[in-house]
Design a protein around this ligand. Structure first.
Ligand code: ATP
Ligand code: MG
Length: 434
């Protein structure tokens, strides 16, 4: 084919395409490549590719070099380039070799797609539904997001209620960081994990000589939390003897360390959390009613994950991003089959369980996706017939599907629209509304 004809064809392609000779000098550069990089064909042709297509791996692990060396194609590698104005642009890159009629390698070809739109979309969705590191699109939780800044500033006691792993500590943290005490300490104590005999000194400290082993003064958590916030976790496990003492702190802002006759001031904001219904403990006489009302000035109730399935996809994205950063991997998502299982699971361990499931997937997956086989065995056992359509709002479901299909096609909207069975302009419109 004459070279000007090839050029015309390449110019019709939406992806950027350039070719190089064996010296890595650019020999052709299509229109889309001009648009994405900002360099004109005239500026590009004849230059070394690393002077024009400036990726973050040029001198570390150049995929084009790899292809020319091995003769193998590399597909959909996610990289960043610097365009002519030194703006960073995320791209998906594929490379392969160019051969002459005799099969001798005479150079390479690189195609690349601008991923700015998908990245932008991901970021927008994430930002829209993230509040102080808490991710949710659930209505009840978003109502909590709305009141949280005012609650935080008010300095009143807050009781955070929710099943294990729903994020109670995360909310407590957010309250502290949104409050005027944010520069003070945030101290946590699990009232259920410390034996009753030690709990009092853990909370309020002791004075030298208070008991035989008390060789010197020891500060309790209330002293450590001075000027800041304390989170009393598993407050339902607080023994009755200590309930009286805590009530006194709440009423008078004072307490006495063990073995001391002098009261100390407690300039501490008190948050408490529980996964057991405190009302029942009050009814059974195990929890003081007056203390319950003091702790419960404001109650925050976090629904379990099984009641907010709409949060599953966005939490998956959140943890994938977190583990990619932590484990220096580049996992792009979960496969459709894995997603179905994850959407159908009931998560008795709530968000913590989901986080563990994804961590498991990260360790086992060697590719770009987490598949069914990378999930813990107890999830893989779910029969296909048991999987039912998840009960989530249609619009949110649609947004998830659209996002996943666009990701699958590496940002190629034409292909994504085709798979979705809608027109490209309809897809654009829908994207704007996500
Ligand atoms: N909405 C959320 N967005 C992001 N991460 C979350 C969310 N909810 C929980 N997590 C994460 O899940 C894990 C468990 O959360 P957390 O420790 O706050 O739960 P908890 O309710 O205090 O659990 P437990 O009852 O066992 O003490 C943490 O790693 C937390 O960061
Ligand atoms: Mg907790």
């Amino acid at each position: 084919m004459p070279s000007n004809k090839i050029e015309t064809i390449l110019d019709c392609i939406a992806d950027g395409v350039f070719t190089v000779d064996n010296e890595f000098r650019i020999t052709s550069f299509n229109k889309a490549a001009e648009r994405i990089t900002g360099f004109t064909r005239k500026e590009a042709v004849g230059q070394f590719c690393f002077e024009i297509f400036r990726t973050d791996v040029c001198f570390v692990k150049c995929p084009l070099k790899e292809s020319i060396k091995t003769g193998k194609e590399i597909t959909n590698l996610e990289l960043s380039i610097l365009d002519k104005n030194n703006r960073e642009i995320p791209v998906s890159v594929s490379t392969s070799v160019l051969k002459d009629k005799k099969g001798k390698i005479i150079g390479g070809v690189e195609t690349f797609r601008d991923l700015s739109l998908i990245k932008e979309m991901d970021k927008e969705i994430k930002e829209k539904y993230t509040f102080n590191d808490i991710v949710s699109r659930n209505k009840k939780i978003r109502e909590i997001f709305n009141i949280l800044p005012d609650v935080a500033k008010s300095d009143v006691a807050v009781l955070i209620v929710g099943e294990s792993g729903t994020g109670k500590e995360l909310f407590a943290n957010a309250i502290h960081h949104l409050s005027n005490r944010k520069n003070g300490p945030f101290i946590k104590i699990n009232c259920g994990a410390i034996p009753e005999t030690l709990l009092e000194s853990e909370l309020f400290g002791y004075k030298k000589g208070a008991f035989t082993d008390a060789k010197k003064d020891k500060a309790g958590r209330f002293q450590l939390a001075q000027g800041g916030t304390i989170l009393l976790d598993e407050i339902g496990d607080l023994p009755k003897s200590l309930q009286v003492k805590l009530l006194r702190v709440l009423e008078t802002k004072e307490f006495e360390p063990l073995g001391s006759t002098i009261s100390e001031k407690a300039d501490v904001r008190i948050l408490s959390s529980t996964n057991r219904p405190l009302e029942e403990l009050v009814e059974d006489g195990k929890f003081r009613e007056d203390l319950y009302y003091r702790l419960n000035v404001i109650k925050i109730e976090i629904p379990p994950l099984r009641e907010r399935k709409e949060d599953i996809p966005i939490l998956i994205d959140h943890f994938i991003e977190k583990f990619n950063r932590k484990m220096r991997k580049n996992i792009k998502g979960v496969t459709a089959e894995a997603m179905e299982i994850l959407l159908n699971h009931s998560y008795p361990g709530n968000v913590r369980e989901m986080e563990n499931i994804l961590e498991h997937g990260f360790i086992l997956s060697k590719g770009s996706y987490i598949d069914r086989s990378h999930l813990p065995l107890y999830l893989q056992k779910i029969k296909k017939s048991k999987i039912v359509a998840p009960k989530i709002n249609l619009k949110q479901w649609e947004a998830e599907i659209i996002k996943n299909v666009i990701k699958k096609h590496n940002g190629n909207l034409t292909k994504a629209a085709k798979e979705l069975g809608i027109h490209r302009t309809t897809l654009w419109r829908k994207l704007k509304r996500i």
